[in-house]
Design a protein around this ligand. Structure first.
Ligand SMILES: [Ca+2]
Ligand SMILES: [Ca+2]
Length: 434
């Protein structure tokens, strides 16, 4: 999709997009071997992914803008210098961007509407303008045209969100590990003395088994890359050449190592530690190790901080002393991820959440009881009403029967010596009907 003249921003954003790992299904205990390969992402996970991609696509079509992108460095881009160049792009591109923005605003409106429908606020008047404020990747005050501010906001939101992505991944992983440990401890409590001892022993044994693996090379070091060169590429280690190596592993041929291409380089290393068929290896820990390796190498090599490794940056790194004589590398399991204190805090946090949930459930149950009570009352009222209607109908028939009889007086009424006095009404009615 991208030509050879990729600019820094597009590469940076695009690399960020491509490098984002697909969320791993934590319920899968034994992922297949293919899953060890770095995941190919189709989506950034940013909710405005499509809008972002389309805007970048169209801007790349404008020669002036593309040219400016080449000559603006990442810091200036982040400062908003690039966004100003939007004023010079062709009318055709601007019109298209306006259209994209209108579509995006409409999408956001639909989102807001759907959310309101779900939460049951249907009847309430919607203040779209106010609700649109929560979306920072465009200027909601002007929903019709795509302006400098829109591009500025889009760049800032995307770089910011993508930078935070790794941080969130680490936090998620930490939570996962703490949860795992809490579950294990809870489970131990349910066992009798003897079984518990056995479980504890098994746990320690698995830990030892996991820790027993070949030496891990420092990510990005000559030893590490040489192993890839020899084992994955099938080349002679004595002929290792950084430039050739770079070309071989710049898979999409754009002249840069993006995050995904870097992560792919660590697969050999990770396979030394993790095997999806072994009980003692947790594949989520492998993903954390992969992320840590990539972050480390990116930090060391990517000197202009555009989240990409250019050939120049790579060659400079291979000239350093550390490339040949690196320090050791510690994997996730070699350092505690959380302290006992943090675990306790997390447990309390979970307890609070559970408590809140219980309170909510209690409230809901009470509401249901109240509704049921009201329903019963309504049913009772309905019955009452029905009875009243029946009674009235009875009265009506009782009232009309004597009238019908009045036309032909019954024998009882004309019998002499009848002790039954006739009702007032009958006395008055009779002459009228006779
Ligand atoms: Ca590349
Ligand atoms: Ca770079």
């Amino acid at each position: 999709m991208w030509g050879p003249s990729h600019c820094c921003l597009i590469l940076c954003l695009w690399a960020g997009l491509d490098a984002l790992p697909v969320a791993v299904d934590k319920t899968k205990v034994n992922p297949s071997v293919e899953e060890i390969q770095p995941p190919k992402s189709v989506d950034t996970g940013l909710h405005y992914d499509r809008y972002l991609r389309e805007v970048i696509d169209f801007l790349e079509k404008d020669p002036h803008f593309r040219d400016k992108l080449h000559n603006t460095d990442m810091e200036d881009i982040k400062q908003g210098k690039l966004a100003k160049e939007l004023d010079f792009v062709s009318h055709h591109v601007r019109t298209k961007l306006d259209e994209l923005k209108r579509q995006e605003v409409n999408r956001l409106r639909t989102l807001i509407k759907a959310k309101q429908d779900m939460t049951g606020d249907k009847g309430m008047a919607m203040d779209h303008q106010a609700l649109l404020k929560q979306f920072e990747h465009l200027n909601h005050m002007n929903p019709h045209t795509f302006e400098v501010e829109d591009l500025d906001r889009l760049i800032k939101s995307a770089t910011n969100d993508l930078e935070n992505f790794d941080k969130e991944q680490h936090e998620e992983f930490k939570k996962y590990e703490m949860m795992k440990e809490l579950d294990r401890r809870e489970h131990l409590k349910t066992l009798d003395e003897e079984t518990r001892k056995k479980e504890e022993e098994h746990y320690e044994e698995m830990k030892k088994k996991h820790a027993d693996h070949p030496k891990i090379n420092h990510p990005g070091s000559q030893d590490q890359l040489k192993e890839v060169w020899q084992e994955a590429d099938g080349l002679d280690p004595n002929e290792f050449d950084p430039k050739t190596f770079f070309k071989l592993h710049d898979t999409n041929g754009d002249g840069y190592f993006d995050e995904q291409e870097l992560e792919a380089l660590f697969t050999k290393e990770l396979e030394k530690i993790y095997d999806p068929t072994r009980e003692e290896d947790d594949m989520l820990e492998m993903e954390e190790d992969r992320l840590r390796m990539r972050e480390h190498v990116m930090n060391e090599i990517d000197t202009n901080k555009d989240r990409l490794v250019s050939l120049d940056e790579f060659i400079t790194a291979t000239d350093k002393k550390e490339f040949v004589e690196p320090n050791g590398w510690e994997t996730v399991d070699q350092n505690p991820i959380y302290t006992e204190e943090e675990l306790k805090e997390f447990e309390e946090h979970l307890a609070r959440e559970e408590h809140d949930l219980n309170l909510k459930t209690h409230d809901l149950l009470k509401q249901r009881e109240e509704l049921e009570r009201q329903q019963e009352q309504l049913n009772a009222q309905k019955m009452e009403l029905q009875r009243a209607v029946e009674h009235m109908e009875q009265l009506k028939t009782q009232k009309t029967e004597p009238l019908v009889q009045a036309k032909v007086p019954s024998a009882v009424e004309i019998l002499p010596g009848d002790s039954q006095p006739m009702s007032q009404g009958h006395q008055q009615d009779l002459p009228a009907h006779s």
